[in-house]
Ligand binder design. Structure first.
Ligand code: ADP
Ligand code: 5GP
Length: 249
């Protein structure tokens, strides 16, 4: 029986979905909580796969019936983690991965202090902007292919600018997180993320550690917030974050 909660947060466009879908594929006994949201599906997203897409009324009913472990309003839409995912994963002895924003992460850490939190950073603001543009272009292409002229396009400058602005605000909260992952080279980031998950399992197990386990722990430890600070500082300057964000201990 494991039951570890892993929280992963990142500014939109950093590559969190790419990382988490690969992580789910390669790590056994790790379930992914599918959030509920009131935002419309993007690109090829399907209800019940990436999210459960529901209306505001239904979401508010779920809030009033205390069905959420946490919920928050992000970019004008509701997002929430249903408690049932936690119950179901625990019943199967599996760990649970939550892809949630900084507000949700703070709520979960409050309710489950043992949860392991990981903040994903892009290598720079410029690279984040490139990724956001590339993704919305790809989403728009897909919409055009599926819907022709009636396609609802997402590649609007307003959305990209709003996400970049929000990114700076979110990044200021990196101090709440246990681990920092700079998603530069994808393969390397996936290896680090996998090591963090395995290292936290090892820390909670009573097994005698092998030399391979020690290696996993060493890789994960390098991603702890404190050793990552010099790299984080460099990234912060690209976001014009001159004020040093508060770090919680
Ligand atoms: P998020 O879930 O954080 O909003 P996505 O996973 O959708 O971000 O990634 C945003 C875009 O960046 C996608 O087009 C994705 O293919 C690309 N991407 C993700 N990780 C990397 C990486 N390490 N290097 C280059 N591009 C990446
Ligand atoms: P997107 O619309 O790009 O998929 O997600 C926007 C933001 O909402 C991301 O930061 C994502 O982590 C966050 N998010 C997704 N699901 C949840 C959730 O269940 N709860 C909270 N608090 N945030 C979520």
């Amino acid at each position: 029986m494991s039951g570890i909660i892993y929280i992963i947060s990142a500014p939109s466009g950093s590559g969190k979905s790419t990382l988490t879908s690969e992580l789910r594929r390669i790590v056994p006994d790790l379930e992914f909580s599918i959030s509920y949201t009131t935002r419309p599906p993007r690109g090829s997203e399907q209800s019940g796969r990436e999210y459960f897409f529901i209306g505001r009324e239904e979401f508010e009913r779920m809030i009033s019936e205390d069905e959420f472990l946490e919920w928050a309003e992000v970019f004008g839409n509701y997002y929430g983690t249903a408690k049932r995912f936690l119950r179901e994963a625990a019943a199967r002895g599996h760990d649970l991965l939550l892809d949630i924003d900084v507000q949700g992460a703070a709520q979960v850490k409050c309710k489950a202090p043992d949860a392991v939190s990981i903040f994903v950073l892009p290598p720079s603001r410029q690279e984040l902007e490139r990724r956001l543009r590339r993704r919305s272009e790809a989403d728009d292409d897909l919409q055009r292919k599926l819907m022709g002229n009636s396609a609802r396009l997402f590649n609007t400058e307003t959305i990209i600018q709003r996400r970049l602005q929000t990114a700076s605000q979110e990044i200021e909260n990196f101090g709440q997180y246990d681990y920092i992952l700079v998603n530069d080279r994808l393969e390397e980031s996936i290896d680090i993320l996998k090591s963090v998950v395995e290292a936290e399992r090892l820390k909670r197990s009573r097994a005698v550690l092998t030399s391979k386990d020690q290696l996993v722990l060493a890789v994960a430890n390098r991603a702890l917030r404190q050793p990552m600070m010099p790299q984080v500082e460099t990234i912060l300057t690209t976001f014009d974050l001159s004020r040093f964000p508060a770090v919680t201990e």
